[in-house]
Design a protein around this ligand. Sequence first.
Ligand code: PLP
Length: 373
Amino acid sequence: MEKHPSGIKPETWLVSAGRPTEPGAPLNVPPILASNFIIGGGREYARGSGTPTWEALEAIVGGLEGGKAVAFASGLAAVAAVFDQLPVGAVVVIPEDCYQGVASLSARGAERGRWSVQRVAVDDTRGWIHASAAADLIWLESPSNPLLVVADLEAILAAARKPGAIVAVDNTFATPLNQQPLDLGATVSVQSATKFIGGHSDLLAGVVTTRDDGLWHALRKSRELTGATPGTFEAFLAVRGARTLALRLQRAQQTAMILAERLEGHPLVARVRYPGLPSHPTHGIARRVLKGFGTMISFDLLGGAEFADAVCRKVRLIRHATSLGAVESTMERRAAVPGQEHLPPSLLRLSVGIEDPDDLWADLDSAIRSGAL
Ligand SMILES: *Cc1c(COP(=O)(O)O)cnc(C)c1O
């Protein structure tokens, strides 16, 4: 599927892409519940040939990212399919701050002798450029999870690399509306569609997009041979969610800016990490690389883990839950997550939803004040 035609805005593409066009067809691709198709039409067994429901999701996300997409069972299945492309003994470089599943997956592969892993700080642009020369896989994530550091993708993706190397960007936090890594020179862009694309905390799905035709076929082969296929209802729901992505993102990131500014002035908050704040260490890069600052805010309380846990118990509108990118706001203390103990103990990661900003602020402020008691 092609990049959305010039002249059509991404907001319009989200609504109009991936729909049937034949007279009499339904407006929406239905959830097609089929493992196999009658031979002769180019489609035989779904695990290998895909289904029209998966393809609708691939058309929407692929068009936004500007390449050809492959949909997977989850974001991590999409990540694993990229790692599956590596030869034995490959050199993998991942960020110091990144999605826990990516860190665990790469560490597990290293333990088993499949590849070696180096880590570079998200904002160490020179370190990334240096590592690019010898790496087989450069894995970038920006803004990073959960510290929300913004990588200088323009500079890093322009760096010289080993022939055949894959440069992947986990574009989940930015979404293809705020950042288009393939335009900057990435080989693949990865989405956990579980988050913003789906947007309602009711599905797991992932998408990888590339402009490299050989890699696209190889990713489809990985999906076929590992069986990491998307569920039919999940793909249908992800398409449905994607239709409103632009509205949801726009609203939630406006609210995130308001909440970040208010948190920064809060007497019980020690530090706010939001790329849209001028005080953010990589704000300058964010202004240059991102079209929007996103809906994720991490903030450290003036206090320890107990204080932060109490705040999580006190919020009412904001749900004490993991994950992100949904219509409802969620918050959690990241250092409480196994494998994330190195993070500041009072750091709370807030995924801002589409609720009214004043209602969210009242909830957050009263939870912080009563949590401190
Ligand atoms: C959630 C997430 C993933 C993994 O996606 P799943 O759909 O949970 O498998 C990968 N990267 C980032 C940045 C995520 O937030």
